[in-house]
Design a protein around this ligand. Structure first.
Ligand SMILES: [Zn+2]
Length: 216
């Protein structure tokens, strides 16, 4: 799998520090399961976090001890972080959350012509939302900004917007200031995993009016 769009550094650092919301953490883990580059970056960020904690403690740590700490951190990460493999189109960190279902068995809810979604339950009280979106070929989503940081991981098919083409394994790491109008490429439907902090807001009045019905 050739991956062209990765997580940005701020997202990787927040994930490593454990400060990222639940939905976003699932998307990061799912992308990392597919992407050796981001896995290495997370490992480096976690090691850096460990060193910063050491400095905060102002404890003199010998090089040998530091190397041993980093090696054990690496071991912990391997045990708790996503495995470097995927099960079909569903990356390992997502499997349990959707009861190990393949994408073909998801109970999709149609929200608008050509757009269906499936809400993935998170912990009670989670302030983030995680959903699977299935969008028909050639379908364009209305031009929209975001109510907060949005992470989108492509699982099947592809879409394009002014920032490029996004294919399976690619992640769109968008902040509040980004506005985009993704269009699913004509070759087939696109299924993606989307983490949001707040409901997506559409720019045009009519799209905004329709938003409660579309629900994305
Ligand atoms: Zn990556």
């Amino acid at each position: 799998m050739k991956i062209s769009h990765h997580l940005d550094e701020a997202t990787l650092m927040a994930y490593a520090a454990g400060t990222l919301g639940e939905a976003h953490s699932v998307v990061v883990a799912a992308h990392a399961a597919m992407c050796p580059e981001c896995r290495a970056a997370i490992r480096a960020a976690e090691a850096l976090g460990g060193l910063l904690l050491d400095d905060q403690d102002q404890t003199a740590v010998s090089d040998t001890c530091r190397a041993a700490t980093l090696a054990s951190l690496d071991g912990v990460m391997r045990a708790t972080r996503p495995a470097a493999r995927e099960r079909g189109e569903v990356p390992a960190p997502l499997c349990n959350l959707i009861n190990n279902m393949p994408l073909s068995e998801i109970k999709w809810k149609t929200k608008a012509p050509g757009i269906a979604k499936f809400d993935i339950p998170l912990s009670p009280g989670s302030r983030t939302h995680l959903q699977l979106l299935r969008i028909a070929p050639g379908k364009m989503l209305p031009d929209h900004g975001h109510g907060g940081e949005e992470l989108t991981l492509i699982l099947r098919g592809s879409y394009s917007d002014h920032t490029g083409q996004y294919r399976a394994g690619d992640v769109a790491d968008l902040d509040e200031d980004t506005e985009h109008a993704p269009r699913v490429d004509s070759g087939g439907e696109c299924i993606c995993l989307v983490a949001t902090e707040a409901p997506t807001r559409f720019k045009s009045f009519w799209a905004r009016l329709a938003q409660p019905f579309v629900g994305i």
